[in-house]
Design a protein around this ligand. Structure first.
Ligand code: BGC
Length: 332
């Protein structure tokens, strides 16, 4: 009996020694002639600083930038505040600059504050591209994105075209301190300026969140029951506006025009709860920005303005839009 136990014990010792050897070799990868996986160091390192890291719109800018980065062997870092905040945005750009990348891409969110940090970065020899929101008074090399004044103007024209009689407009804008949001409001107001039947009666900011867009809409309707149209100037504003109108059963009585073509926005358009939206091209912004940054670093002459396409979409346009955009937005 004892010999039998010793036999089994010995066998187990040998077996465990075998496994020990086997897994040690695997763990430490001790295979002298094993060919190493091919790794090419990236040619450049860029940082893309967003307004808010988990915002669906910014994820599309990131997607475009990543695809271009993969194509051109660039390492891309995508970073930004958890929640939109100017101070944190600036700090993130400062931190990005301290890591000495080959280029930085970000919004020129606030004309004064952004110009200072952008100039600081470019004086360090790091090229800076503004994306989505320009800072024309800074030393940024170029701008890639929507012509925001024009986009706002288009929204105003669309509202004029789509409505008759008196229109009292409530505006929900992303942030009062963002240059692109200001331009979208300015363009809109200029477009309706000569009409004596359309007026803006109230404006408030959503801090680019749908929750605050809904809250501000609700407060606005209470304070101005005469409002019969809403204009949302950042990607999630129209979604928040419609949410409130639906909850009080007023989607049919109120005209709504928003911004962007996020899947939820397109669904609202398809369902007839949103009359129109101003399309932007966030994927292209990211993609083109990476390409442009490479050209700049490689000494090519580039022009200052690279405006991406913007146009107004209505429900009737959806039929012609049976396509998938390169940004992966499946249009209904
Ligand atoms: C704007 C961005 C903004 C985003 C917020 C977009 O319409 O172009 O600047 O960060 O909305 O959701």
């Amino acid at each position: 009996m004892a010999r039998w136990i010793y036999g089994v014990g010995g066998f187990l010792v040998i077996l465990s020694f075998y496994f020990f050897l086997f897994y040690s070799v695997r763990a430490f990868n001790i295979t002298p002639d094993r060919p190493s996986a091919s790794f090419t160091a990236p040619d450049y390192r860029f940082v893309l600083v967003t307004e808010e890291i988990d915002n669906d719109y910014w994820r599309l800018v990131e997607k475009g930038a990543r695809e271009a980065a993969t194509k051109y062997n660039v390492s891309l870092e995508y970073t930004g505040p958890k929640q939109a905040n100017l101070e944190e945005h600036i700090k993130t750009i400062e931190m990005a600059a301290a890591s000495k990348p080959d280029g930085i891409m970000a919004q020129g969110l606030n004309q004064d504050v952004s110009a200072t940090i952008i100039n600081h970065v470019t004086e360090k020899g790091i090229p800076f591209l503004t994306v989505d929101t320009d800072a024309p008074d800074s030393k940024r090399v170029a701008y890639v994105g929507t012509d925001n004044y024009y986009a706002g103007f288009l929204a105003g024209q669309a509202l004029l075209k789509d409505t008759i009689d008196e229109v009292k407009v409530g505006i929900i804008t992303g942030r009062f301190d963002s240059a692109n949001q200001k331009l979208r409001v300015e363009g809109f107001k200029d477009a309706i300026k000569y009409s004596d039947r359309v007026d803006v009666v109230a404006i408030d900011a959503s801090q680019i969140t749908r929750i605050q867009a809904a809250e501000k809409t609700y407060e606005m309707i209470k304070a101005h029951p005469e409002i019969n149209a809403f204009y949302g100037t950042s990607a999630l504003d129209a979604i928040g506006i419609v949410q409130v109108l639906e909850s009080i059963g007023m989607t049919d009585q109120v005209y709504v025009i928003g911004f962007d073509v996020l899947p939820e926005t397109m669904q609202l358009l398809k369902d007839g709860k949103l009359e129109a939206t101003v399309e932007q091209k966030p994927y292209e912004m990211g993609y083109n920005a990476v390409e442009l940054m490479i050209q700049i670093i490689e000494g090519e002459d580039v022009s200052t303005y690279h405006h991406t396409k913007t146009e107004v979409l209505r429900k009737k346009d959806l039929k012609q839009l049976e396509r998938t955009t390169p940004g992966g937005i499946k249009l209904p």
